[in-house]
Design a protein around this ligand. Structure first.
Ligand SMILES: Cc1cc2nc3c(=O)[nH]c(=O)nc-3n(C[C@H](O)[C@H](O)[C@H](O)COP(=O)(O)OP(=O)(O)OC[C@H]3O[C@@H](n4cnc5c(N)ncnc54)[C@H](O)[C@@H]3O)c2cc1C
Ligand SMILES: NC(=O)c1ccc[n+]([C@@H]2O[C@H](COP(=O)([O-])OP(=O)(O)OC[C@H]3O[C@@H](n4cnc5c(N)ncnc54)[C@H](O)[C@@H]3O)[C@@H](O)[C@H]2O)c1
Length: 469
């Protein structure tokens, strides 16, 4: 017999959890279906463990820059234990308790659409349970690592983000395929934890291709100083691993071969829609297209929504959670017949260029448009840059502190279109920029937002002075 709920959410990662929270707060009943751990990729195999691994290394870098202090050698065993505690020993008991506390019903198993408002859940014992939604079904199934079709790669059983963030024994020789965020963060983490030969194979001409080019260059310089080899404009053409778990040989397009103990693939992610039954509602596999209220387009009756990585808009936890909050509120409003178009119920932030912090040393913190994007979009662009090492708050942080800020200005409105900070410990500088970009604060108003002395935030003042204020 079918169980009936107002809302059914498939996937209990950060996005799914936030939908459940908002719709129960709005007085609706919700079932949330999860096939692995409540908390999703982010809590166990992505954001949390990667940042737990990076934090001690980051701090050691800071300590090394401060005269009078010495950073002892990093103790990998202790760092891995810290990681384990940050992922709650890969137990979701705490998160299940939270779901209970908001009144959501957890259904363990793999969910799939079985027609309009119908969801089938295949439980851990293989039994099938049918659920019906009165108002909405929300897809929040996240994404999975892509393994490119390089001959021999799949057979070599490469590491993905799951193995890298869950590392138990750090490989001595590591090859990393990719030059994006996961590749940079995990190369730094694994090298800092004991890999002696780490080689990044990057098919493009630089790292971190979605941010300002200077950011990728500063990260590359730092990774090289840490001892990581970066091969640009190179591709893996063929992989050999005769013994499972044994040495792996990577043949590169330029003719070189690299032998390593492990290979990590960090070449992007695909929406987790395989086996999700999208065809039962007339959709194809792949990212689920949505409107700005997160409602799936092309589905009769408007009962299907998609939030987080599965809609492919911005693959970041905080953006998935933002989408989830507005989606939950929209579902409640539509169920109650109240206004569903309040300003807080439409996605504005994704289109402006979502804020992101890349937790390398130096950190890359960016919001809004890059100069190239702003020019391509036809804005009347002017940019200003400043060396963060020249502000008192910067050079006081340590000997050899290096950082650089860049602002992209819309000359017509005298507002910021995008801001990038690259520097150690710059993460918390970003939110001020996010506010300025999102709210369209004019440069003339920013002039009166006086940064405290001596903080790195004084770079705001310097950027405005560079602009001519
Ligand atoms: C190594 C790494 C580090 C990252 N670091 C950061 C960071 O520092 N900051 C940041 O903002 N983002 C980071 N990200 C991105 C972030 O992890 C994702 O954007 C985020 O996890 C997306 O949340 P989600 O809820 O959409 O999906 P997920 O977290 O992937 O959760 C989806 C959930 O749905 C479940 N599920 C899937 N299919 C089904 C099904 N058919 N039935 C039932 N359940 C199902 C899954 O088991 C999972 O629990 C990182 C990603 C990686 C790979
Ligand atoms: N701190 C953070 O916010 C954080 C950390 C990690 C991941 N994430 C998010 O998770 C998502 C996934 O990260 P990612 O690093 O896997 O993806 P990415 O898109 O950031 O980088 C993928 C990299 O792989 C390369 N690539 C793609 N296909 C390839 C192929 N066939 N052969 C060789 N190289 C190939 C690309 O050129 C790029 O360098 C991103 O959207 C990222 O924003 C965020």
């Amino acid at each position: 017999m079918a169980d009936v709920f107002d809302v059914i959410v498939i996937g209990a990662g950060p996005a799914g959890e936030n939908v459940a929270d908002r719709v129960t707060t709005g007085g609706l009943t919700v079932a949330i279906v999860e096939k692995e751990l409540v908390g999703g990729e982010c809590s166990y195999w992505a954001c949390i463990p990667s940042k737990a691994l990076l934090r001690p290394l980051d701090l050691a870098g800071e300590v090394r820059r401060v005269p009078g202090l010495e950073a002892g050698p990093v103790d990998p065993k202790a760092v891995l234990a810290w990681r384990d505690s940050m992922v709650s020993g890969y137990s979701d008991e705490g998160q299940v308790g939270w779901l209970d506390s908001v009144g959501a019903t957890l259904v363990r198993g793999g969910g799939r659409l079985a027609g309009p408002r119908q969801v089938e859940v295949v439980g851990p014992d293989g039994s099938v349970r049918s659920l019906t939604a009165r108002h909405a079904v929300v897809l929040a199934t996240g994404s999975e690592a892509v393994v490119p079709p390089v001959p021999g790669l799949a057979e070599a059983r490469p590491w993905t983000n799951r193995d890298a963030t869950g590392v138990r024994a750090v490989p001595r020789r590591l090859v990393v395929i990719g030059g994006g965020v996961v590749a940079c963060e995990m190369s730094q983490a694994l090298h800092g934890l004991g890999a002696r030969e780490t080689t990044m194979v990057v098919r493009g001409g630089g790292l971190l291709e979605r941010v300002e080019p200077y950011a990728g260059e500063m990260v590359a310089e730092s990774l090289k100083e840490q001892g990581i080899e970066i091969l640009l404009n190179e591709s893996a053409e063929r992989i050999e691993r005769p013994e499972p778990g044994g040495e792996v040989t990577v043949h590169l397009s330029g003719g070189r071969t690299i032998t390593a103990d492990e290979i990590l693939v960090a070449t992007g992610r695909r929406a987790a829609t395989r086996g999700l039954g999208l065809s039962s509602v007339g959709l194809e596999d792949g990212p689920v297209r949505v409107d700005d209220s997160m409602r799936a387009t092309g589905v009769d009756g408007g009962w299907l929504y998609a939030v987080g990585d599965v809609n492919g808009i911005t693959l970041l936890t905080h953006m998935g959670k933002y989408q989830a909050r507005l989606c939950g509120d929209v579902i409640v409003a539509r169920a109650r017949g109240t206004a569903d178009d309040l300003p807080s119920m439409r996605d504005r932030a994704d289109g402006m260029g979502a804020p992101q912090v890349i937790f390398t040393d130096p950190q890359v913190c960016a919001v809004g448009l890059t100069e190239a994007q702003a020019r391509a979009d036809g804005f009347d662009v002017r940019t200003v840059e400043y060396d963060m090492g020249k502000v008192a708050g910067g050079y006081l942080l340590g000997d050899g502190y290096r950082g650089r800020a860049k602002a992209v200005v819309d000359e017509r409105r005298r507002v910021l279109l995008g801001v990038t900070f690259v520097g150690p410990g710059a993460a918390d500088l970003l939110h001020a920029a996010t506010i300025a970009v999102t709210a369209g604060v004019t440069l003339d108003d920013l002039w009166h937002a006086v940064p405290s002395f001596p903080t790195v935030s004084e770079v705001w003042l310097r950027l405005l002075e560079e602009y001519g204020l």
